[in-house]
Design a protein around this ligand. Structure first.
Ligand SMILES: CC(C)(COP(=O)(O)OP(=O)(O)OC[C@H]1O[C@@H](n2cnc3c(N)ncnc32)[C@H](O)[C@@H]1OP(=O)(O)O)[C@@H](O)C(=O)NCCC(=O)NCCS
Length: 155
């Protein structure tokens, strides 16, 4: 496993079903959180909590019995925060090609035993793709400022 990314692969089980017979959206969100957590903790080497999840869009359903692949990539670090891009893919086990089901950005903050945030090692993008994803994370962070301003009455 590379330090900044992780892939989980498993079968969608009958217990993951929603009322329409496909995989429940909440189950997919749990998988995203788990993959993001593993990616974040592997990077900072200590406990981390989810502080934000955004932009989850379910493009296509996942079917029970599908092989599911969750790809989580660290794309940006702040002081204590780790921004992780997560893509969810699935396919019938006998098929060759995965389809993309979901994409989102999830952010974790490293915390110590007293629940205080701690600084994380800086992620330095190296490849063109890593640089592109870091720019994407920064643009999303700036866009979120307007969304948070709009939502702050409910915080
Ligand atoms: C994590 C926690 C200790 C952070 O404390 P806080 O005072 O709320 O956060 P701060 O304002 O100090 O910000 C901490 C980091 O989160 C980032 N952050 C804060 N609000 C954010 C938001 N809405 N979106 C993205 N990042 C955000 C900040 O930019 C900062 O990052 P940096 O250190 O890299 O600059 C606190 O929010 C917490 O305990 N939250 C609950 C976490 C949890 O239980 N998650 C599981 C779901 S129940």
């Amino acid at each position: 496993m590379e330090n900044h990314q992780i892939t989980l692969r498993f079968l969608a089980e009958p217990t993951d079903v929603n009322f329409g017979g496909k995989v429940h959206g909440g189950v997919v969100m749990k998988w995203i959180d788990q993959a993001g957590y593993a990616c974040a903790v592997n990077w900072c080497k200590q406990y981390a909590v989810t502080i934000y999840v955004g932009g989850i869009r379910f493009f296509k359903p996942i079917f029970i019995g599908n092989l599911v692949e969750i790809r989580a990539r660290l794309v940006y670090t702040g002081n204590s925060s780790m921004h992780i891009a997560v893509d969810v893919y699935s396919k019938r086990p006998q098929e060759a090609e995965y389809v993309k089901n979901t994409h989102c950005m999830i952010i974790f903050v490293a915390i110590d035993d007293d629940g205080k945030q701690v600084n994380v090692p800086k992620f330095n993008p190296f490849t063109e793709e890593e640089k592109r994803l870091q720019d994407y994370a920064i643009r999303l962070m700036n866009l979120r400022k307007n969304i948070e301003e709009e939502m702050k009455e409910f915080y």
